[in-house]
Write a protein that binds this ligand. Structure first.
Ligand code: GLU
Length: 420
């Protein structure tokens, strides 16, 4: 009896002493991509037969010479703090890369290395956004852009980019969305979640609009730079419009190119005063990114890149396989993207249909829940990416998994009936 009272008293105490959260926590939600990936992992751990097409990461292992460089760094005692914004060796490797691949010239104080591309974007926006500043985000977009903007009391301004435009922002849409409060536009090509790629001409047309709006800064997220197919080449807006150099922040990293998602190394190149501000922020939050990961990133960026030919060939084959498998499902709408490893699949045709359990599929979120719970396929619903009704799948998984997943998706769609 006494024990029960004690339990009750402790429980009441926990309720009273609950730490209240800051208001800004109401403005964000957990990353939809990471949430779905975690859910799929948890279901698998419970022994359920789930194929995960939700994780945005290559299924290859990190190449051996990159791992060797990390081991060597540990053996050599590179296990201490480094300069907050990255080692000088890594900055030099990035400078060389930007010249080699993009024809762009930067100095060491124009580079900052952070704990993944996400942290670099976070710091870049934190360092620049004042309450009410607008950030133009073409939709569909990567799930984290709007939440990061909202955290700093900025206003995400979404521009819907329909499938008929290959989900790409049109110059007139951009021109019509710019206001005196526009601080940034975020560009991401190849795109997450669509895989679509802006051509040189398309970037040139956008740059013309930006040229006459000198108060708009450009954040270009180039993380999928090396993953382009069908003979397409990557272009950064700065290589096409060098006049934007003073107001462009390039974000990139080693996660996707070298299959190093867990090593957490991203970087930015941009104007000195902004890079300094981002570095200062980092000095008060995470300090330097992992010294060992930085050493590995040097080996990755300076090392051979021919292995990517094999990866690209394999990714494009898997993309074609899925497109072919799902082509005859009339309820689904697909286009063939030229980059990254995602397909953004329209599912308007299934909205309003009823599952065998009697549940009506009201939106893409319902469809993804149904797909996961009743057919064992994890995909991320379009609402997290700002354009519905769609769902994103990553085809960076084995051919066997893809074949099974496609069969399950087809079975899931076929099993739905029209509601009466
Ligand atoms: N960028 C990847 C994705 O979209 C990794 C997860 C994340 O950080 O969003 O799935």
């Amino acid at each position: 009896m006494v024990k029960n009272w004690l339990h009750l008293a402790r429980f009441l105490e926990t309720l009273v002493s609950m730490i209240s959260l800051a208001q800004r926590m109401d403005w964000i939600k957990p990353s939809a991509t990471l949430a779905m990936t975690a859910k799929a992992i948890a279901l698998k751990a419970e022994g359920q037969d789930v194929i995960s097409l939700s994780a945005g990461e290559p299924d290859y292992d990190t190449p051996q010479w990159i791992k060797d460089a990390a081991i060597q760094a540990m053996v050599d005692g590179q296990t201490k703090y480094t300069p907050v914004g990255g080692t000088s060796l890594l900055k030099q490797a990035i400078i060389k890369k930007l010249k080699r691949d993009n024809g762009l010239v930067y100095e060491a104080d124009q580079i900052v290395v952070g704990t993944g591309g996400k942290q670099v974007i976070f710091n870049g926006l934190m360092a620049t956004i004042n309450r009410g500043d607008e950030v133009i985000i073409p939709a569909p977009y990567w799930v984290s852009y709007p939440d990061i903007v909202s955290l700093f009391e900025g206003v995400p301004v979404f521009i819907e980019c329909p499938i008929k435009n290959e989900f790409k922002l049109q110059p007139n849409q951009l021109a019509n969305s710019i206001t005196p409060k526009t601080k940034w536009i975020i560009l991401n090509s190849p795109s997450n979640p669509t895989g679509c790629v802006y051509s040189k001409d398309e970037l040139l047309a956008l740059s013309e609009v930006l040229r006459i709006n000198p108060h708009v800064n450009i954040l270009t997220d180039d993380i999928y730079e090396y993953l382009l197919y069908d003979g397409n080449f990557f272009s950064n807006i700065l290589s096409i419009a060098p006049n934007l150099y003073g107001r462009t922040l390039i974000v990139n990293g080693v996660s996707k190119a070298y299959s190093m998602t867990g090593w957490r190394i991203g970087y930015a190149a941009g104007p000195k005063q902004l890079i300094k501000a981002m570095t200062d922020l980092q000095s008060q939050s995470t300090s330097n990114p992992s010294s060992i990961s930085q050493a590995a990133a040097v080996a990755a960026i300076n090392g051979p890149h021919d292995f990517l030919n094999e990866w690209r060939e394999s990714f494009s084959k898997r993309r074609d396989f899925v497109l072919n498998e799902l082509a005859n499902v009339p309820e689904l709408q697909l286009i063939k993207p030229s980059g990254a490893f995602y397909l953004y699949i329209g599912c308007k045709g299934i909205i309003g249909k009823v599952t065998t359990q009697g549940n009506v599929i009201q939106n893409d979120n319902d469809f993804c829940t149904y797909l996961l719970e009743e057919h064992g396929v994890a995909a991320v619903s379009g609402d997290g990416f700002g354009l519905s009704p769609y769902f994103r799948i990553s085809y960076a998984t084995s051919q066997t998994n893809l074949a099974k997943a496609c069969d399950r998706i087809k079975a899931a769609v076929t099993a739905l009936r029209i509601s009466r």
